[in-house]
Design a protein around this ligand. Structure first.
Ligand SMILES: Nc1nc2c(ncn2[C@@H]2O[C@H](COP(=O)(O)OP(=O)(O)OP(=O)(O)O)[C@@H](O)[C@H]2O)c(=O)[nH]1
Ligand SMILES: [Mg+2]
Ligand SMILES: [Zn+2]
Ligand SMILES: [Zn+2]
Length: 515
């Protein structure tokens, strides 16, 4: 019995010793292994979730197009980056939790439930190791996610700051260069053109392509076509439309400052003819300086090609129709690199007489330079002096409406539209000079502005009109104009002089005297 007791004691000691060694091994190895395992698994789960979200998704644009008004993809840092961040965080968290749970289950089933009842210490160590691993993994995963979140947030902040800076710089550059966009059809000043997507077969329109929600330097249309956002990158090369009336804007609009030039005067005073010769004069001056003039819209090409041949053949220009005028848009450049969009507004005198339409003539409020056309033949004081022999011939060209009231009212209308007086300029073109220059009544009048002004005031009793003009405009200049071209198609020098004054005052300088 005694020996039997001793053996069982020995057995008991051996078991206790074995358990101790096992405990020691577990504490020494299992817990560190669990810790390392937890960390490695957390890192793997984090990397897997990041890889799945950022890399394995299809190439950017990785999201659906924006459901907002613009048919384009949202720029990555303006939205999707935060969605991806949310996805990485929640996926990593869910994966880690799932993995921790799965480990717990396995240990419970595989080890703890099949182990002998009495080995509480071993079970304790295993549970401890599991928790240590889970805790270490959770800590490392949390750390990785915090670093990830901070990095993404910092990148988003930097990218957004860059995009908005780009937008401010772009707007600033346009301001400094005085670049504006005016619709030639409805005469609205357009803050930014609507552009047609240049992608083949794509008819989508993009409202505001400036750097912002949809891209920094480029935006991606729903069809996948990349579109430049900045004038510097050539956004003006896309086809632009007016956001107010949906009509096409002038070609390359938005790439240079504009000159708005309204021609105002009574019916048959000579506005259309003067406008046509000014187009020719601008072309001559630009070409002579090393630049040139392009007609900037298909409509301009069509309408000017209808009118200009009459001028070359010395025929009469037809009366202008009474619709709201559509601009003749030209893109003029000089040899010195200056470029301007010139919008010429030629309206029927009859329409100008209608006071109730005043609010429709928005271009009057946008222009800084005006051409008032004054037919001397329409003034009774002048007509009386025309020799009877000439009257018959001249009466076919004569405007029947004296200009005083119309021009006075028009300048008051311009004033009311808020032009800053000191900056606006008016050229008074005393028209049809080729027809009347030889008449005795003009014998003593030179072609200088002061001389013409004195003649209008003293001989033709237009003192009141001249006073109103001097009051309403910062700069008033008087010209005699002969809206004719010679056999070689060259415009009369009087119109060249008018063109120089009109366009140089708006920043188109042609250099030395172009003959
Ligand atoms: N010879 C000559 N004819 C001119 C000149 N200016 C105008 N005319 C003629 O005068 C007539 C009226 O000229 P337009 O330019 O059509 O007049 P308008 O002011 O545009 O007239 P509406 O459009 O009806 O308001 C036409 O027969 C022109 O050919 C000019 O400087 N010289
Ligand atoms: Mg006309
Ligand atoms: Zn418009
Ligand atoms: Zn498109």
């Amino acid at each position: 019995v005694a020996s039997g007791d001793g053996r069982s004691n020995q057995n008991g000691c051996a078991v206790a010793f074995g358990v101790l060694i096992a405990l020691f091994c577990m504490v020494e190895y299992v817990i560190p292994i669990a810790l390392v395992g937890g960390v490695v698994i957390a890192v793997i789960l984090y990397l897997r979730s990041t890889f799945r979200t950022l890399v394995r998704e299809p190439e950017p644009p990785s999201q659906a197009p924006d459901s907002g008004p613009q048919p384009a993809y949202v720029q990555y840092f303006m939205g999707p980056a935060l969605d991806d961040l949310r996805a990485v965080v929640s996926n990593t968290r869910d994966d880690c939790a799932a993995f921790g749970k799965a480990c717990g289950k396995r240990i419970r089933r595989g080890f703890l439930q099949s182990w002998p009842e009495g080995d509480m210490a071993l079970r304790g160590v295993l549970v401890l190791a599991l928790w240590a691993g889970v805790a270490a993994g959770a800590a490392v995963a949390t750390l990785a996610l915090v670093v990830h979140t901070l990095t993404v947030l910092a990148s988003v902040a930097v990218a957004r700051a860059l995009i908005w800076t780009l937008r401010v710089v772009d707007t600033g550059l346009l301001r400094v260069e005085g670049i504006t966009i005016t619709c030639g059809t409805c005469h609205h000043r357009v803050p930014y053109a609507v552009y047609a997507c240049p992608g083949p077969g794509c008819r989508r329109r993009h409202g505001d392509v400036r750097p912002g929600r949809y891209g920094a330097f480029r935006r991606v249309c729903t069809c996948g076509t990349r579109m430049p956002t900045l004038v510097l990158l050539g956004s003006f090369r896309m086809r632009g439309f007016c956001p107010y009336c949906d009509h096409p804007l002038a070609d390359r609009t938005g790439s240079a400052a504009e000159i708005i030039l309204p021609f105002l005067g009574p019916t048959a005073s000579g506005k259309t003819r003067l406008m046509l010769t000014l187009v020719t004069a601008l072309d001559e001056l630009s070409t002579a300086s090393g630049g040139g003039v392009e007609f900037a819209s298909a409509e301009t090409v069509q309408r000017l090609n209808e009118l200009l041949p009459a001028l070359a053949r010395g025929l009469s220009t037809p009366p202008t129709n009474k619709e709201l005028p559509r601009a003749y848009s030209l893109n003029a450049t000089t040899g010195r690199g200056a470029q301007r969009f010139v919008h010429l507004f030629d309206m029927a005198g009859e329409r100008l007489n209608r006071q109730d339409d005043a609010h429709e003539l928005r271009f009057l409020g946008l222009a800084r330079t005006f051409v008032f056309v004054l037919d001397p033949l329409s003034l009774d004081g002048f007509w009386q002096e025309v020799p009877v022999a000439d009257r018959r011939r001249l009466s076919t060209f004569r405007s029947r409406q004296p200009p005083q009231n119309l021009l006075t009212e028009t300048s008051e209308r311009i004033e009311a539209l808020g032009r800053r007086r000191r900056r606006s300029r008016v050229a008074v073109a005393v028209s049809k000079n080729d027809l009347v220059a030889h008449l005795p009544t003009l014998a003593d009048v030179s072609t200088g502005s002061a001389s013409i002004e004195a003649w209008l005031v003293d001989c033709l009793h237009l003192g009141n009109l001249v006073r109103v003009l001097r009051h309403e405009f910062g700069d008033v200049r008087f010209f005699f104009t002969a809206a004719v071209v010679d056999a070689g198609g060259r415009v009369d020098p009087s119109v060249l002089a008018l063109a120089r004054w009109l366009f140089q005052g708006e920043g188109l300088s042609f250099g030395g005297e172009a003959s």
